[in-house]
Design a protein around this ligand. Structure first.
Ligand code: IMP
Ligand code: MG
Length: 181
């Protein structure tokens, strides 16, 4: 399928399933080299990451723990700014290598909030692996250790990512057609 429709929007094919799997294989190879002598816990950020996490983690060849968190947006009491609070960390992170798995980084605000909160658990180190990076938007100095694809600034769905809750089940990734939003 080179084009799909969700609700009122048309999306065209951006990344095929084959390309996605190839890139995940490369990330897994890097991690298998880099991380085998560390005490690793992977922490996936739901919902969007579920496909990326499953396909990546099947290729990890060292012993590691795996957990998932959610972020809930709520209004900060004093600043009025939106703060993203992490829900669901039950494991001990102290002294461990935490690998955060995310589906996509856009402005980077979500990942920065997540990193800050994980720091509070005193891990030995934190690394970030993301499938998609909107590199034209993301301007932070923060290093993203593992990047699947650098993509243009277009809204994408599929392979875990949604529009209005739909599209997560698609095996390919699709981008909103130009001029649609
Ligand atoms: P950021 O905080 O601006 O980096 O946005 C990150 C979050 O926004 C991601 O975890 C996604 O949930 C969502 N998001 C950003 N861009 C897209 C997109 O193109 N499609 C679907 N969700 C997106
Ligand atoms: Mg996400």
């Amino acid at each position: 399928m080179s084009e799909i429709v969700i609700a009122d929007k048309r999306f065209s094919l951006l990344l095929t399933s084959e390309k996605i799997q190839q890139q995940i294989e490369l990330i897994a190879e890097l991690m298998n080299d880099d991380l085998k002598n560390h005490e690793v816990i992977f922490i996936g950020v739901l919902n969007g990451v579920f496909m990326f996490a499953a396909d990546l983690l099947k290729r990890i060849q060292f012993n590691a723990q795996i957990s998932f968190v959610k972020v809930s947006s709520y209004q900060g009491m004093e600043s009025g700014a939106k703060i993203k609070r992490l829900i669901g960390i039950d494991e001990e992170l102290k002294g461990k290598t935490v690998i955060i798995l995310e589906d996509i980084i856009d402005t980077g605000r979500t990942i920065e909030d997540i990193i800050e909160q994980i720091r509070g658990y005193r891990p030995e180190q934190i690394r970030v692996a993301v499938l998609l990076l909107k590199h034209e938007i993301y301007k932070s100095n923060l290093t993203i250790d593992y990047v699947g694809f650098r993509i243009p600034n277009r809204f994408v769905v599929g392979y875990g990512l949604d529009y209005l809750g739909y599209g997560r089940n698609l095996r390919n990734i699709y981008a909103l057609e130009e001029g649609e939003l």
